[in-house]
Structures are given as C-alpha cells and as structure tokens.
Design a protein around this ligand. Structure first.
Ligand SMILES: [Zn+2]
Length: 204
C-alpha cells in the first residue's frame, strides 16, 4: 500500500536516534576523561572522589639518625623517585609514598596529599602512611628510639587523623604487622604509642 512505506521507515529512524545520542555521549565522555587525564594526570579521579583513609600504617625511614638531620620529605621524594614510584596531579608528581613524615625535632611534613592513595605498604595504600625519620631496627643494645618530640608529634597527628576519619585503634598498624619487614623497628615503643593514642581518643 502507498502509505505503508513511510510508516515502516519511521520506527527504524526512531531506533537509530537513541543509538546516535548514546555514541555521541560516549565520545564526549571519552574526550572529557582523556582531557582530564592529559591535563591533571592519573590522580584526577581522587579530586572528585577523594581517598577516605581506612587506617594508618607507621613506618621508619631506615636512615641513620646521625645523618638524619638532612633526611626529610624532600629527600624521601628523591629516593622514591629513583625507585620509579610516583603519581601525577596537575604539574606535580608526588614520588614520596608516605602521606606524612615526622622529623627528629617533631616537625610534621606533608608528603602525598591525603586524598591520594599512598605507595608505602602493598595492599594497604588506602591507609595513611606516616614515616618516622630514623632507623629503629633491632641492633641489640645499639637500638635507637624515636625522640620524645617525634613520639609526641606522632601521637598528636595519629589521634587527629583517627578522629577525622573515624579510624578505630585496631586499624592503627605498623608496617611489620602487614608483611615481612622490621619496619618501623623494635625501637619504636609500640605499646606506649597505642596506650597514648587510646588516651588521646578517650579525651576527645
Ligand atoms: Zn615501612
């Protein structure tokens, strides 16, 4: 019949329109994501959905404290760069795997931004990584310990982060609790740290 042809065509075009629109949206999305990746780097999604730290892992830098005065976040950034670690956001590449570094005098330096996953403990990079400068490995009578200023800063920073992100004490861990490493070393008075952090949480 003369009128049947246009009637048959209409549904076919109707089916093609959503397909075309879908392809257009997919293409625009790909271009937008590609542009964000090129401009901001692979860490850009974390600016939209920032990392919410699920726990905290404590490390040491395993650097001799006699030369430790020169060891800081910038130094560790260079060391981690040489290991090929790094995550770019914008113009900056964060090589340092830790989120915070605590110097001998108790100064807290920021490593990677908190919203970015770390590179400090395999399988636990969604935890915050805090690094105490020094080598607290077991050397018998020669074992070194964090300074009082370092411990005070560690307790303060840890309590603050645990409150902020609702992290329970059970998820405050040492690197050695997660794998075959001595880190942060037997010289870190862990029982004391846990006790003081718990006291800090209880006070809040
Ligand atoms: Zn470690």
């Amino acid at each position: 019949m003369p009128t049947s042809q246009p009637d048959n065509k209409r549904p076919a075009i109707g089916r093609l329109r959503p397909l075309g629109a879908g392809l257009l949206i997919a293409a625009l999305t790909t271009i937008a994501v590609g542009a964000l990746y090129v401009r901001l780097g692979p860490a850009w999604p974390y600016r939209i959905l920032p990392l919410v730290p699920r726990g905290i892992v404590i490390h040491h830098s395993a650097t001799d404290t006699n030369v430790g005065l020169g060891v800081d976040a910038a130094f560790l950034d260079r060391v981690h760069k040489s290991r090929g670690w790094g995550l770019r956001y914008g113009q900056r590449v964060y090589h340092i795997g830790y989120h915070y570094v605590i110097l001998l005098d108790g100064t807290v330096q920021v490593g990677r931004p908190e919203w970015m996953p770390g590179a400090h403990a395999a399988g636990y990079n969604h935890y915050l990584g805090i690094c105490l400068i020094g080598d607290f490995s077991d050397h018998g009578a020669q074992t070194q310990h964090p300074t009082e200023a370092q411990l005070d800063a560690l307790i303060k920073l840890t309590v603050k982060q645990m409150r902020r992100h609702s992290i329970p004490l059970s998820r405050l861990l040492r690197h050695c609790d997660l794998g075959a490493t001595e880190c942060p070393g037997a010289g870190v008075p862990w029982e004391q740290v846990l006790r003081r952090v718990q006291a800090g949480i209880d006070r809040s």
